[in-house]
Write a protein that binds this ligand. Structure first.
Ligand code: SF4
Length: 442
């Protein structure tokens, strides 16, 4: 484990961008904004020689200030935003599959009071997709779908990843607050992930006439390199809070770093949005831990309205692409239950085990990082995304409704078939639909 700390081999073998970031920080041409993914705060200490699983959130923020960033925001905030959008999307897909009326707030129904929320064109293009819905926050998984399982594209949540939602909000909302245009801001994302570098370049994420929302992605290891180059002693720094308005987050935001975390965060919010009651237990034990495939089933309470009462939500979680392929095969062969929502993270353990994290020989390293992430959640004053006051304010002030027109424009995306091969005549997608929802068979 110490080798990666001593030698920069890891940083050279991947496409390193820390030098460019250093140049931008020196040049001071732009407003420098730094955002950091959930899994970095439990690993950057380790990269700099602290024990695995040490939480260094406050020191990390202070270190970013000392590097010269003007504003330090938290991708956990955008993880909460993702849950608002993805939870709402899940409920819309469920309602459609169950033959229920879609809620007015989403812009689809005639009851929309303002009329503005249901502007033309959105009703049709944002028709809810099929079940099961798959998560879309991991670019490793999204690329796998686009290359190997393009028939599953309608099943991918249309939500951008938290980092990319953050990018859109920084370049559109925050820039305007500063009286700046998007190109006056240089946005650097610190991620546990090498795939995020390629995600940032996706054409699907661009708005016409604008550059990339995220200008540079550096990994946890590159961030460590930058701190060593600049002699910033992270471990001995005082703690500093994130900046507002994009720095406040809930415990649900941070658990995105662990396999099963996106699902647990989504259940905390979707259950409450659907039933009007909080999830009885915030810990969804069955989808925690390092097993490659996990499952849970959850009944909506009898008091839930609109035909939702008593319905079972069935979810699955896969971490590691091999495990995801195995799960898809089981679904394809009709050997799996009828899932409504499936989380896939490409790295074993989720982002805590990402390709940009510190190298380690410790067999327990993932458990240590995972424990640290859940500790941050448990110590958070707010545990659910929809209770984050900064999120509520962003919708009120700027975005409107979750899944509404502006939310769709800025926070959702599209995917493309990148298989470039002629696919066999059978459709995995249809077979899965049958296996997943026999009621929908013609
Ligand atoms: Fe990146 Fe791995 Fe996390 Fe996917 S699971 S977002 S590839 S670090």
């Amino acid at each position: 484990g110490q080798c990666a700390v001593m030698c920069p081999v890891g940083a050279i073998s991947e496409r390193a961008e820390w030098r460019e970031v250093q140049d931008e920080l020196d040049a001071k041409r732009k407003v420098m904004v730094c955002v950091t993914a959930p899994a970095v705060r439990v690993a950057i200490g380790e990269e700099l020689g602290l024990a695995a699983g040490t939480v260094t959130t406050g020191q990390m923020v202070e270190a970013q200030r000392r590097l010269g960033f003007d504003f330090i925001f938290d991708v956990n905030f955008a993880a909460d935003l993702t849950i608002m959008e993805e939870g709402t999307e899940l409920l819309r897909r469920l309602r459609k599959a169950w033959g229920l009326e879609l809620p007015a707030a989403s812009g689809g129904a005639a009851h929309s009071a303002g009329g503005e929320a249901a502007s033309h064109g959105h009703e049709h293009s944002h028709e809810p997709g099929p079940l099961p819905m798959f998560t879309s926050c991991c670019p490793g998984w999204v690329t796998t779908v686009e290359k190997s399982y393009p028939e599953l594209i309608p099943h991918l949540s249309t939500c951008k990843s938290p980092a990319q939602m953050m990018g859109a909000v920084v370049k559109r909302y925050f820039a305007a607050k500063l009286g700046k245009s998007p190109e006056d801001i240089c946005l650097v994302s610190v991620a546990p992930c090498t795939a995020k570098k390629y995600e940032a370049e996706r054409g699907e994420l661009r708005r016409e006439g604008e550059g990339q929302d995220i200008d540079y992605v550096i990994t946890t290891r590159e961030f460590g390199r930058l701190l060593r180059e600049r002699h910033v002693p992270l471990a001995s720094l005082p703690e500093s809070p994130f900046d507002n308005p994009l720095g406040e987050s809930s415990g649900a935001g941070v658990i995105f770093g662990n396999t099963g975390g996106v699902m647990e965060a989504a259940l905390r919010t979707a259950y409450e949005l659907a039933s009007g009651q909080p999830l009885p237990k915030l810990r969804v034990e069955a989808i925690r831990g390092l097993a490659g495939i996990k499952e849970a089933s959850l009944a909506l309470p009898d008091t839930a309205p609109h035909g939702l009462a008593g319905r079972q939500l069935r979810v699955a979680v896969a971490s590691g692409i091999g495990q995801a392929r195995h799960l898809l095969q089981r679904m394809h062969d009709g050997l799996a239950p009828r899932y409504d929502f499936v989380e896939v993270m490409a790295c074993p353990g989720g982002c805590i085990g990402g390709g940009g994290q510190p190298k380690s020989d410790d067999p327990l390293v993932l458990l240590k990082r995972m424990g640290a992430v859940y500790t941050i959640d448990e110590r958070s004053a707010i545990r659910k995304s929809h209770e984050n006051p900064s999120i509520q304010k962003l919708y009120k002030e700027f975005l409107g409704e979750p899944n509404g027109p502006l939310a769709h424009e800025l926070l959702h995306t599209t995917f493309a078939d990148r298989s470039h091969t002629s696919l066999p005549a059978y459709s995995t997608f249809e077979r899965m639909e049958e296996a997943a929802h026999p009621r929908l068979q013609k």
